[in-house]
Design a protein around this ligand. Sequence first.
Ligand SMILES: NC(=O)c1ccc[n+]([C@@H]2O[C@H](COP(=O)([O-])OP(=O)(O)OC[C@H]3O[C@@H](n4cnc5c(N)ncnc54)[C@H](OP(=O)(O)O)[C@@H]3O)[C@@H](O)[C@H]2O)c1
Length: 328
Amino acid sequence: MPATMTALFGGTGPDWTPRQVPVPEPGPGQVVVRARAVALNNADAAMLAAADPTAGGTGEEYQAGFEFAGEITAVGEGADMPAVGSRVMGTTPGSFAQYVRADRRHVLPVPDELGHEEACALPTGLLTEHGALAVAGFQAGQSVLITGATSGIGLIGVRIARALDASRIIATTRDAAKRDLLLNAGADTVVITGEQDMTQAVLTATSGAGVHIALDHVGGRTFAACLPATRTDGAVVNIGRLDRAASTIDLDALAYRHLRLHGVSFGFTRAAELGDVIAAAGERLLHAVADGRVRPLIDATFSFDTAAEATARLRSHQALGKTVLSVP
Ligand SMILES: NC(=O)c1ccc[n+]([C@@H]2O[C@H](COP(=O)([O-])OP(=O)(O)OC[C@H]3O[C@@H](n4cnc5c(N)ncnc54)[C@H](OP(=O)(O)O)[C@@H]3O)[C@@H](O)[C@H]2O)c1
């Protein structure tokens, strides 16, 4: 194992800067993974902007990234499963590096059918969308509304809901050109927000009842519109705030329908609990990953050298699926 490695750092300007840093050693309960591919998330762009010293950001440097896939090269005390040499995918802060140190509970085995590029783009979507469905108490045969469904994790959510036998999946996008993308991912109904009233369209698609569960990635007015689109005793889970974090909701819709409202932010979940969320997603979904029902859509793959192009793609919101970096 080399003594140093390349990692991408934020807090230096509008884009990441490669730096040479020591290869990490695994602590108790940790593994070190030789990363082969890493994937970008909306959070990476937000963190980069917040730390950019040339645009009023904090200027605090940090090793960037969350998702990765590769092979285990070292294990710490009490972390002998999975073994050295195993292919894994996982999530940990600072994943944009040649060697990634992670809690062993935060990695999952990669099915043989999956290459590194697809594998690295799966963990966040898998754990977040499955975790949100679990929080809502999802059961096979229930209907699901997914807002902001063309987002990297939203598309995985549509596939997961399909693999877990949702009775009806209603997916939203602002862009009519993305209708087929959502239908191909497994949505039964696509609502084009801006052209259609989302609540009305969901009620029409569910014979007036509303969906059992709404997974909201958009926030703002879209979150508010999820409430009257959800049936009595149903649940609305806020996952993302692609539009805005503030929302004015109709308390009548909440109370009369006996709705449950949840928020999830797995980046802020304690390590052991996150391990449980990841284990549950793996147990329930790895077979569907292996047989191709749950796969991420890859928009484009860049290298560490062209990472600035990858962030531009992410910021553009034009990407269809996940943006990936191959690791040198
Ligand atoms: N809770 C958690 O643990 C967790 C974990 C991961 C991510 N997240 C959050 O989940 C959301 C999705 O993350 P991601 O990385 O998958 O996102 P992403 O791929 O960057 O999302 C891109 C999509 O977002 C939609 N979008 C962008 N701005 C929008 C707006 N103002 N209103 C409505 N839609 C908008 C666009 O869809 P259209 O053009 O098709 O409308 C675009 O295709 C983010 O808010 C992220 O912070 C939460």
